[in-house]
Structure formats: C-alpha cells, structure tokens
Design a protein around this ligand. Structure first.
Ligand SMILES: [Zn+2]
Ligand SMILES: [Zn+2]
Ligand SMILES: [Zn+2]
Length: 609
C-alpha cells in the first residue's frame, strides 16, 4: 500500500493516501486560521474566539490578554473544542507548527503580542497578571511589544516617581487613558521589556553585519541571463509579517532563543580574493553504492587543492560540489572573499535567486537537502563576499579540467573525508512557511515523513543495479526519479511497462516470496536447475532454460546484422535500457541503434518471462 501511494517519480502509482490527504486539508484550514486579519475568512474569527474561550485553566489568562495561542504561551484545552477545530489543532501539533525565525526584523518583533510572550524569560509569568498589567491592557490598550516599548521609553525631564507627577505623559495618561498611577504603569512596562529575550527584543533581534551588500549587487530573477557572476546574499531571513512567521514541519523540539549572527571581522587587513574552481563527479558502482567526489582547484601545485570523497550516506548527484565548497570554507580564513567557479547552474541559482523559495519549502525534494542547508548557514556566517561564476562562460577551461580530475581522484579514495556539516542551532531554519503552503505541498511533506522508514529493500537493490548499468553505458549516472519516469514512456507497450514496474519492485511471486510460505518453499526454486529463483535468473542466468537461450541468441543475431558488437546484458540493462543512449566512436548519438536496442531488450525479456 505504501508503495502504491508513493509519487510516480519515486516508483509509486500516486494512489491517494486518504489519511494524509485529510491531514493536508487540516493544515490548509490551519493556514486560514492563522492568516493575516485582512485575508482571514470569516469562520476563522469565530474559531479564534472559540480557542480563546477554551483556554486551559493554567496559566490564568485574562480575556483581554488572549490574542493567539500560536503566538503566546497559553493553549486551548482540546477537550473543550468542537471536534473539527480540535482536529485542526491536533494536526498542527503533530506536524510541529510554530512561530519560528532565525532573526527577527525589529518592526516584526514590535508586532508580537507582549502578554504571555513566546520569547520571554520566566519572570514574565509574574508580570502578566500584575495589578497594573490590567491597567496597561484595559486603559492604555497595550497588546504588543511595540506598545509596551513606547510606554517604557517615555522620557521627560519633569517626570517624578509619584502618582501626582505633572509631566505631560502622566497627565495624558490620566485624562485620556483614565490611568490612576501612570508612574507605576511606566515602571511595569520597563520590567516587562527586560523579560523579552535578546532574539525577540526589538533592539537586539536583528544581527549586526560585518559584511554589507548593496541591494544593486544582488541578482534578481530578471537579469539572470546576462549575468555570469552572481552574489550570495548573506542577510539572514526574517519573516516580513507576523503571519509569515508561522512554520509547519518544524523538526526541532525547543525554539532557539539566540539570534543567528555573522562572525565578527578579524582584525588586520582583508586578505586577497580567492578564485576557486569547483567540480563534482558521481556514479553508482556495481554493488549499488553511490559514490560522489568533489574537487576544488586553486592553482598548479597549490597545497590547498582538494580531492574529496563524499561520505556514502550523503553521496548523490551534485553532492561533490557542495562538499568541496564546504571543505574550502572550513579551511580558509573567515574573511577571505571567495569567487567560486561552478558549472551547474542549479547550484548557482539555489544559492542566489531561488534561495528564498527553497528555504520557504524547506528544500523539499532537493537531493542534497542536508548539505545545502549546511552550506547556506556556513556561507552566511562568513564576513566576506561570496560570488558564484558560471565556469562555462569563463575563458579558463583548463581550471575546470583540473577540478574534474581532482574530483575523480576523490572518488577512488579508500576512505571518505570527514566534513563538518553540523549547523549551530541559532543559524538553522526549520520547517515550511505555512502561509505559502498549498494542500499539495502539505501532502508531500506528510508523505515524506511517513514513508522515510518504509523503503523496500528489494526495490533499492534493483534500482542500484539499474543506475549502475545505465551509468556504464551513458557515462553519467541518472537519478532514481528518472528511472521511474522512464519506464512509463508511452513508446513502450503497456504490458511491458507493467512488467518493468513490477520487476523493479521485485513484486512477482517468484523466489524468496515463497520462502515465507510453509510447504511451498520448493516453488521458490528454479524448476530446471534447483537453485533459488529470481527474475534475474529467469531472464538471464538459467543455463537450462531453452527459452532464454533461444531468445537472446535470436536478439543477438538480429542486432549483429546492423551493428558490430553485442553488449553484455545484465538485469540492470533490462530495467534501465530506456535511459541508455548508444554513441559511436566520435560520441554522436546513434538514434536508430538506440531505439532498436531498447525494443530488442524489452521484447526479448518480456517474451522469456
Ligand atoms: Zn510623569
Ligand atoms: Zn496605567
Ligand atoms: Zn534455472
């Protein structure tokens, strides 16, 4: 069932998973509930009122202090909620919904509700229900940090610490707000402001940068075509409104109360710019292991040149480049400006024009999510400029060749390199931005969380062999998504498409399938040679099967009428032949031969079966 519900590019059939579908709808309701007032649907106002009414008995929260349980430390009692609303709140909890930011613009920090503030010290608990807190709320109408800050910061030379003070602020409070003891309220406001932790305090929430980028330096999407060099923007993102601060699928349990910050500039003169060419290589070996290598080229005989082997669990197409950059920035001083020469435009765009979008969806479906999150955090930390240049448009082709050679050397190393990918807690951004979420996006995330542990072992093995076989022929290794999509190609007859899908999943009732069924174990053996059966055995290995010998011989004879050599056919070749392109000696694609090859392989295999 889990397999059928997976997306097509992950080997599934995209069958609707009802429970996840319903949960995704609940998250869409949640998005409406937490939408800004201007766009909030009418029901959400009632729902918020119901939430306020259903507040738990502890802590005691006065009615005028309740604004939003997701922005304050009080919560509603689930028992007291109507069932529909209860399910929304339960789903919100289950998938880690939180107001979450790594830095907060002062203007947004001022908008946050001050009572039961989500980022305050424990001392605030005593002040929330203080005698004069009621006056601040009901007479001064103070709800946000900004209000309290304005009251706390009033300063008049005439002000006296007594109730008869005649300064104009106190006089105004007495007449307009009907406040009896303005000096007490002012004092309380100051105490409250002291409880707000640095990350959330308007004066300290925004980090100071040692590196400032002028806005015109930052590449935007419109002029990307004529730009070879893009600038990495080191500014830490902050929500631009209260409602855009809500994030869902937040994977850390406790919010971090320290703001993200750039490293301070070390004393002394700024070192020279470093120009580094980055390259990567990737393949799947015959045992199904992914191997990625990364190379960083500084110059001839430069001791800083790097050949890197990516750890197996992080290896993926593109991983080598990211790891090479990570390794470079871990060894260079933090104030060296970098000019990175990179071939892949995906990586250049992920770090510049697409960065904000990718962070909003928490790098969903990105093959190198962990590495990219680490790279972005580490680049932001540096106090020197990072630029990314398209190596394809540069005149220096030799450097790229050197970098590729370094990457290839990395791949053949015995041991992988250790790479620091851990991100400091304040710098890591978690979760998906709730306000940009669609039902589809929520659904995909829910499915990803649920299917992580449920991958079929046999599918993974067959996939690895397929990737290897295609890699051998094409010289570049595809990703598994491409294989799944390739076997749905409309050029293939429908029954063969089904045959390939089932074979990739090992879903036919042959071989090991019967080992688990008492008294039927013998069916799991090849009827001709009495060894454990598998699809591979039926199609290729069975020496006693007449069908396989005759059919493969016929296929070979037919092939040799046009071509000179018949390649060795493995199980992976059969599963992956749709992605293979045959080339002649001067590396031109042989269209006709490729097509014939596919037809021969697929029809033969299916016929034998
Ligand atoms: Zn006064
Ligand atoms: Zn007052
Ligand atoms: Zn056999």
């Amino acid at each position: 069932m889990e397999t059928l519900c997976a997306p097509i590019a992950k080997g599934g059939k995209n069958v609707l998973h009802l429970k996840s579908h319903n949960e995704a709808i609940k998250l869409k309701w949640l998005k409406c509930l937490l939408a800004p007032i201007e766009t909030r649907p009418q029901w959400a106002f009632f729902a918020n009122a119901i939430l306020a009414k259903a507040a738990l008995n502890s802590p005691i929260v006065k009615h005028s202090a309740k604004i939003n349980p997701f922005l304050q430390t009080w919560s509603p009692s689930q028992k007291r909620l109507p069932s529909h609303l209860r399910r929304i709140i339960q789903t919100a909890k289950k998938y880690g919904t939180r107001w979450e930011a790594i830095t907060i613009n002062p203007s947004i920090a001022r908008e946050l509700p001050v009572w039961f503030h989500i980022g305050a010290s424990a001392d605030l608990n005593k002040l929330n229900n203080h005698l004069y807190a009621a006056c601040l709320r009901d007479n001064h109408l103070a709800t946000s940090v900004g209000h309290i800050e304005a009251i706390a910061n009033r300063n008049s030379p005439l002000h006296r610490q007594n109730k008869n003070c005649t300064c104009n602020h106190c006089a105004q409070d007495r007449t307009e707000s009907r406040c009896e003891k303005p000096y007490k309220c002012t004092k309380l406001a100051q105490s409250i402001l002291r409880c707000i932790l640095p990350k959330w305090h308007p004066l300290t929430s925004s980090p100071s940068y040692s590196l400032n980028i002028a806005p015109e330096q930052i590449t935007d999407e419109t002029d990307e075509n004529d730009q070879n060099t893009m600038v990495f923007d080191p500014t830490y993102p902050s929500p631009d409104s209260l409602s855009s601060g809500f994030r869902v699928f937040v994977s850390s349990n406790t919010p971090c109360n320290t703001p993200a910050s750039q490293a301070p500039k070390p004393p002394g003169e700024q070192p020279q710019l470093s120009i580094i060419t980055i390259a990567d290589t990737h393949k799947v070996d015959k045992d199904g292991f992914h191997i990625s290598g990364g190379g960083a080229w500084f110059g001839t005989n430069d001791p800083r040149n790097k050949s890197i082997k990516v750890p197996e669990h992080l290896a993926a197409p593109g991983a080598g480049e990211i790891v090479a950059i990570l390794s470079v920035i871990s060894t260079l001083p933090i104030n060296v400006s970098l000019q990175l020469m990179i071939k892949l435009s995906v990586l250049r765009k992920s770090l510049t024009t697409n960065l904000a979008n990718l962070e909003d969806i928490d790098w969903l479906d990105h093959p190198n999510k962990t590495l990219m999150k680490s790279l972005v955090a580490k680049l932001r930390k540096r106090c020197a400029l990072t630029t990314l240049t398209d190596v394809g448009k540069s005149t220096d082709k030799a450097s790229y060749k050197h970098a590729i050679d370094l990457a290839k050397n990395g791949m053949i190393k015995d041991k992988h390199d250790d790479i620091m990918i851990k991100v400091d807690a304040p710098d890591e951004l978690f979760g998906v931005k709730l306000c940009i979420g669609t039902q589809r996006l929520f659904f995909k995330n829910i499915r990803n969380i649920q299917s992580k542990s449920k991958q079929r072992r046999e599918t993974n093995m067959n996939m690895a062999r397929t990737l290897h076989a295609v890699g051998e022929v094409n010289d570049t290794t595809p990703i598994s998504d491409q294989v799944w999509l390739s076997i749905r190609n409309k050029d293939i007859p429908k029954n063969i498409r089904g045959f390939l899908w089932k074979s990739l999943h090992g879903a036919y009732k042959i071989g090991q399938f019967w080992d688990k069924i008492p008294q039927f174990e013998h069916i799991g053996q090849c009827g001709l040679c009495r060894i454990p059966e598998s699809m591979e055995h039926i199609l290729l290995d069975c020496g006693k099967s007449l069908a396989s010998r005759v059919i493969w011989k016929a296929a070979k004879d037919l092939w040799l009428k046009r071509e000179t050599s018949w390649p060795e056919i493995s199980f992976g070749t059969i599963l992956g032949c749709n992605l293979m392109t045959l080339r002649n000696s001067d590396s031109k694609t042989k269209v006709g031969a490729t097509r014939l090859f596919k037809i021969l392989i697929l029809e033969s295999a299916h016929l034998i079966y």
